[in-house]
Write a protein that binds this ligand. Structure first.
Ligand code: GLN
Length: 537
């Protein structure tokens, strides 16, 4: 079978959930027995998002191969079983860097190097590379940004040419747009959608499917109006209403609107209907869980929706595994510094300290780890959250006064967290951390080994600092178990406290491997323990 291509663009405003729509289409096609691959094009000039603050661009999502990517790739991996690599996220910065390097190497000798065809060809090559590498039946490509942005034009031109090249039964365009409700008029308005489709048609792209984001149902008349003005068949005008409970409802919503059926018809894909029974069961547990639990996430980007995206999702998956609805309480670490932990953290079933960089809020996180340890509240520390737990244990249990991490206080008397040896010669910031999937060996009899049901696991990393082995014996003598290390034993990967109902922390990022249909064992264990803790009151 020929590879088929779906291009997802967005109009009117950003933050419409284009990534979720692309991922949900992936879910439906995968459940029709097709192999899918998803990729994201981002029109900014950073070579990858690895050097951007979460304030700029939300979470940086890390892949097995160590690529630091856009958070939409997290949706792709959570909603489908496709394996992503650094090929699946392409920024304008990367495109230009490749083209300019080629130019310097003399690959275009004699020619004027231009946006069309050199930049557009480079973009198209990436679509082909993903198709070849994934061997997918359907490659779904999401174009970041909003139609009409200057930055996005080369990507739109590239996909227009690409679709022409592969032919119209092999490629189609899905445009995600916004149909706002205007209170003064008391109705939904289609003009922004008309204008954004007109923008697309100006550059030669006619969408086949319009996914209309709205906060209330799109009635028949509106659908007909959009169809008429936008030149899209009425059955391909799709309502995508704000979800009531969970983003995982989106695939079911799109299925009800027959999106997958329309896609299969247009792309001549003769495949069975999608069986979404298991997905419906997940939604059932999300909407009407048997139990409830409150989890505090103590961080510094608490006001940002997207900064800890994968962490929040993995917590919810842990809830699904325990048939537990989770209320996530977002706690600003600096508030704990001001008010102390007792009032803020009281009544939580579990406390999680996620990854992070920079000194702000560190003492508040240390106070949260101490509160969890002393009050026997389940604790899960991720990356920085493990380093924090070690600093706290060093200070409180071992009385190592002023224990700290080299990252925050390089002249501290006890650097229990130190720069990794391999990082000491690093001078450039982009893509130079310890990144990607690495092997961890788990200790026999540890809680970690019990939860994973394995002794060897692979987890994704993104850090420069590590536990300082000079302190390992002292920590062990005081009761900390180093339950996971690299195969040579050199680097601490997981710690736990056996005299505590659940106190675990890891140097890696388990949140990147959790899916609603495959909750991560550490999150499953954490939520289970948190539920037990809340019950005991
Ligand atoms: N800043 C810490 C380090 O570089 C932790 C990183 C993280 O939490 N991802 O080691």
């Amino acid at each position: 079978m020929n590879t088929k291509y779906i291009f997802v663009t967005g109009g009117v405003v950003s933050s419409l959930g284009k990534g979720l729509t692309a991922a949900s289409i992936g879910t439906l096609l995968e459940n029709r027995g097709l192999k899918v691959a998803l990729q994201k094009f981002d029109p900014y000039l950073n070579v990858d998002p690895g050097t951007m603050s979460p304030f700029q661009h939300g979470e940086v999502y890390v892949l097995d191969d160590g690529a630091e990517t856009d958070l939409d790739l997290g949706h792709y991996e959570r909603f489908t079983n496709c394996k992503l690599t650094r090929l699946n996220n392409l920024t304008s910065g990367r495109v230009y860097l490749n083209v300019i390097e080629n130019e310097r190497a003399g690959k275009y000798l004699g020619k004027t190097v231009q946006v069309i065809p050199h930049i557009t060809d480079e973009i198209q090559r990436r679509i082909q590379d993903v198709a070849a590498q994934s061997k997918a039946d359907v490659v779904i490509t999401e174009i970041g940004g909003t139609t009409g942005d200057i930055e996005g034009l080369p990507f739109l031109e590239a996909i227009r040419e690409f679709a022409l090249e592969v032919g119209y039964n092999n490629a189609l365009f899905v445009h995600v747009t916004y149909v706002p409700y205007i209170r003064a008029a008391g109705e939904l308005k289609t003009k922004p959608t008309q204008q954004s489709v007109a923008k697309l048609r100006e550059i030669g792209i006619t969408p086949h499917i319009l996914v209309c984001r709205c906060d209330r149902p799109l009635d028949k008349d509106l659908r007909q109006k959009i169809s008429l003005f936008c030149n899209v068949p009425v059955e391909a005008v799709i309502e995508e209403k704000d979800v009531d409970h969970s983003i995982y409802e989106v695939p079911l919503m799109l299925q009800r609107e027959r999106v997958d059926e329309i896609i299969c018809k247009l792309l001549r894909l003769d495949v069975p209907l999608a069986d979404m029974t298991h997905w419906q069961e997940i939604i059932r547990k999300l909407i009407a869980p048997q139990h409830r639990v409150r989890i505090g996430v103590v961080g510094k980007y608490i006001d940002l929706q997207d900064a800890y995206k994968s962490v929040y999702e993995a917590i919810i998956h842990g809830g699904v595994a325990n048939d537990c609805g989770v209320e996530i309480v977002k706690v600003d670490a600096e508030e704990i510094e001001k008010d102390g932990p007792d009032r803020i953290l009281k009544g939580l079933g579990g406390i999680l300290v996620p990854g992070g960089f920079g000194e702000r809020g560190i003492e508040g996180k240390i106070m949260a780890a101490r509160f969890a340890r002393e009050n026997k509240v389940p604790y899960l520390g991720l990356c920085l959250g493990m380093q924090i737990a070690c600093i706290e244990f060093g200070r409180s249990v071992l009385k190592l006064e002023g224990a700290h991490s080299q990252e925050f206080k390089s002249d501290a008397p006890h650097l229990v967290i130190d720069l990794q040896e391999a990082q000491k010669k690093v001078t450039k910031m982009g893509g130079t951390m310890r990144l990607g999937s690495q092997e961890t060996q788990l200790k026999q009899g540890s809680q970690a080994a019990r939860l994973y049901g394995a002794f060897v696991v692979h987890e994704r990393h993104r850090h420069r600092y590590e536990f300082n082995n000079d302190y390992r014996q002292r920590f062990e003598a005081a009761g900390m178990v180093f339950s996971g290390t690299t195969p040579d034993g050199g680097l601490v990967e997981l710690i736990e406290l056996p005299d505590h109902p659940f106190f675990m922390a890891c140097q890696f990022h388990p949140e990147f491997l959790s899916k609603p249909h495959k909750p991560h064992p550490l999150f499953k264990g954490f939520i289970g323990a948190a539920h037990a803790k809340m019950h005991q009151r």
